[in-house]
Design a binder for this molecule. Structure first.
Ligand SMILES: Cc1cc2nc3c(=O)[nH]c(=O)nc-3n(C[C@H](O)[C@H](O)[C@H](O)COP(=O)(O)O)c2cc1C
Length: 194
């Protein structure tokens, strides 16, 4: 494993600076900022330009809709309830133009979400994505129709103090970010050819 600081290849600052905090400050996030995140997501590429991504979000000042989302999280992601906003990403499973299954839908929701993360970083915000949520519950309480599938949830806000977290999470918050080395992930011309 490598930490980001060990690698001296130059990558874009936005990519370098993005990370997933668990401690969020109580500073609110403005509606226009959230709109900019979804606007960035909207411009992602997608198979057949299907744009299979959908987003449902709620800000913490609207308790009822915020809690509807927050209550879908697994207990291990309870820290996310301190974020200024929560969202869920949803994939449309079939193509508009012929109704056939879209095997790229989740991929493309991921691309759109990646755009959203970088836009957030540019605005000084952080987003922490979560797969730990109850998709069936989300479908029910958020009214997600047949043909669409919840993909991930995200917590959005300004970074808070690690001290605000319980001990076990504080350690993880302060740990260096690690990644597999490039030569385990990338092959030239043939599988496992380094
Ligand atoms: C699809 C997806 C699901 C994730 N699920 C969770 C989760 O349920 N809880 C959590 O704390 N982090 C979750 N994460 C965050 C990852 O653990 C995190 O991105 C990874 O450890 C790399 O750290 P970094 O984002 O700070 O670079 C998830 C990330 C993604 C992309």
């Amino acid at each position: 494993m490598e930490t980001s600081t060990e690698n001296n290849l130059k990558i874009h600052t936005l990519i370098e600076q993005r990370w997933s905090p668990r401690a969020f400050s109580d500073r609110p996030v403005r509606e226009e900022q959230l709109e900019a995140l979804f606007e960035a997501a909207r411009w992602a590429p997608s198979a057949m330009n299907e744009q299979p991504w959908r987003f449902i979000y709620a800000t913490s000042d609207n308790r009822e809709s915020f809690e509807r989302l927050a209550n879908c999280l697994v207990a291990g992601n309870s820290w996310a309830k301190n974020a200024a906003a929560l969202f869920i990403t949803v994939a449309k499973k079939s193509y508009d133009f012929n109704g056939n299954p879209n095997g790229h839908a989740w991929h493309d929701v991921g691309l759109a979400t990646g755009n959203l993360l970088l836009q957030a970083t540019d605005l000084g915000l952080h987003v922490h994505l979560m797969g730990g949520f109850d998709a069936a519950k989300a479908r029910e309480v958020l009214g997600i129709p047949e043909g669409f599938e919840p993909v991930s949830m995200g917590a959005v806000g300004y970074v808070g103090e690690p001290e605000s977290l319980p001990e076990n999470l504080r350690e993880r918050e302060l740990a260096p970010r690690v990644r597999k080395p490039l030569n385990e992930l990338v092959f030239k011309g043939h599988w496992e050819q380094k």
